[in-house]
Design a protein around this ligand. Sequence first.
Ligand SMILES: [Zn+2]
Length: 140
Amino acid sequence: MIYCRSCGKQLHESARFCPQCGFNFQPVEAPSPSIWMAVTALVLSILTLLLLLATFGDMDTLNTLSQLESAFGSHSLKKKLAEDAANSAAGGLVFGLPAGVLGIVSLMQKRGGRGMGIASLVIGGINLLLILGLFGLSLE
Ligand SMILES: [Zn+2]
């Protein structure tokens, strides 16, 4: 039900004017669907991606150093490399999983921000590949 904006009489949704006071109006539009879920999903997935990419950058440097180190028979950097990979993969899951869940729920409930919801899932897929890659590196 809606109410006349002029006199407050209760009217049927399809009414275009008020039979009591004659006020002519367009039905009040439903409030726009909330897009906070899609926004949060997108922000979280981008943060996760940045975290994972930063780790891969660090690991590239560390990997070069560890190859130098192994020439001298030491493997402490290689161990640190594996630890960093595992930590970052775990961190990626902590941020990436809620992002994925929010993105899916937001799309399924047809909330606003459909484009952002889809983008967050696409980035989420990339994140998942990076996380699997990091877990793989941590096991080497
Ligand atoms: Zn009225």
